[in-house]
Design a protein around this ligand. Sequence first.
Ligand SMILES: [Zn+2]
Length: 215
Amino acid sequence: MLLVCLILALIVIMLYGTKELFSNCNVLKTIKTPNEIIQVVADDCLEGMPHTTNNNTIRVISSILQSHNFQNTLTHERVHLDQKRNPGDWKEFYKVHWDYDIQSKPPEKLPEMYNNNIRPNPDTELEPWALWRNRYLFFPVFSNSELKSLKSPIVKVWDTRENRIVDIPDEWNKMFCKDGSCPYQFEHPHEIAAELLTDDNDSIASSLLHKWVNK
Ligand SMILES: [Zn+2]
């Protein structure tokens, strides 16, 4: 009986958590393009942040649809659609060219406080944990664990060899940045790739990516 109650409680918590994330996502308008469906959603859907919900649907709020930046947003989100359409290809690219393994579960030794505080992202949700060079685990946490706002997450780097949080490795900066220009959402290769294909920063990683995409 106790086990049944625990399972029920867990289901309620999980449903509540998901509902909470997408609770204000009323679809106001649907636009069909040859490549995807764009849903214009209420302003408070995911705090107004553009995102994909499956391999064919992009959601934006109306002010983004009308902004001069919309084309960049569309390019970025279309990369996320492609990642959902061809997950195996992307996973292989990350492994072979960027030395990233993306994973559905964190390493066992990661303290639970980080696991509990991970900031959800519908564009990386299947495999949110990104292990670089078989050693450094990148992941985003809420900037305020009480408020749990999705905006301005803090990216943490966990050294799986030393079992502690560390600074961004210099070698990572050398690969992903150029002249001080680094990816903004660097917590996951899905986000790094979407950024670099929208706005090339001429880094080593960006050139490898552009070569792979245009092959
Ligand atoms: Zn993104």
